[in-house]
Design a protein around this ligand. Structure first.
Ligand code: DGL
Length: 276
């Protein structure tokens, strides 16, 4: 961990700016690195103020504006809100006020869920902020009003993941408690509506069984970014390899190592950029 980073942003090529409430959004950064290896990515995790999942809409919007401004200072050509809670509660405010395109993780997850379901019953799990916002429910119904959405807030999952208890009897019991009611309701597709949850895919898959399709919002968001970059003609030229620059707003980094291991992602040097 370095001391506060004052590096300015004026370097070309312009990066894709990615932010999350903390480390979980690295699942999106990892998917972007795999799909778009020529792109430079500037990632900010708001570890000083995580979790967002239990906070009010006004607070989440204020934090999201602040992090977006920092990414614009880095020269970001596009901002990815790699946090479901912030996508649910702040995306439209950012889209209507920022000078670059802004993408969240909810629309791409909704599209993938509607394409995947055969029974017409989709489960969504996420933080309280995401589930109570109704954002997934609305996005899925807008795509296909015949699809039924069963959503469940799973507030205990984020702390278990951050603790690194990805394969643990306690985590399995919590997963069972959250998923069983959704399975009883006949879902055949489960949207992982929180950026942390792809790290728990093993436990979720093993409880849900092979008949349930898991929709990983990280992967789908990366595909949406790829389409947007190419439609706007702002993809990085193929020359030279891209990079990932990770900044955190607080140096606590235990979960960073958990995420790095689980994602097979080397984040390298981490920069400290305090907020507020
Ligand atoms: N990143 C958040 C999300 O995807 C989960 C962690 C939090 O509550 O801040 O909703």
């Amino acid at each position: 961990m370095q001391l506060p980073d004052s590096q300015s942003s004026q370097q070309a090529p312009r990066p894709i700016g990615v932010f999350d409430s903390g480390i979980g959004g690295l699942t999106v950064a990892g998917a972007l690195r795999r799909l778009l290896p020529a792109e430079h990515i500037s990632y900010i995790g708001d570890t000083a103020r995580v979790p967002y999942g239990g906070k009010s809409a006004a607070t989440i919007e204020r934090y999201s504006r602040e992090l977006s401004r920092m990414l614009l200072d880095d020269g970001a050509k596009l901002i990815v809100v790699a946090c479901n809670s912030a996508s649910a509660l702040a995306l439209s405010a950012l889209q209507s006020s920022l000078e670059v395109p802004v993408l969240g993780v909810i629309q791409s997850g909704a599209v993938a869920a509607v394409a995947a379901t055969r029974s017409g019953c989709v489960g969504v799990i996420g933080t309280r902020a995401t589930v109570n916002s109704g954002a997934y429910q609305q996005a899925i119904r807008a795509l296909n009003p015949d699809v039924r959405v069963e959503a469940a807030a799973c507030p205990l999952l984020v702390p278990l993941i951050e603790e690194g208890w990805l394969e643990d009897a306690v985590t399995e019991a919590v997963v069972a408690r959250y998923l069983e009611p959704l399975l009883q309701k006949g879902i055949d597709t489960l949207v992982l509506g929180c950026t942390h949850y792809p790290l728990l895919q093993g436990a979720l898959k093993s409880y849900a069984g092979s008949g349930i399709i898991l929709v990983d919002s990280a992967k789908n968001c990366a595909l949406e970014v790829q389409a947007l970059l190419s439609s706007r003609g702002i993809s990085s030229s193929a020359e030279g390899a891209g990079s990932l620059r990770v900044s955190l707003t607080d140096p606590s980094s235990a979960f960073l190592r958990v995420a790095e291991n689980a994602l097979g992602l080397d984040v390298g040097e981490v920069h400290l950029r305090p907020v507020g």
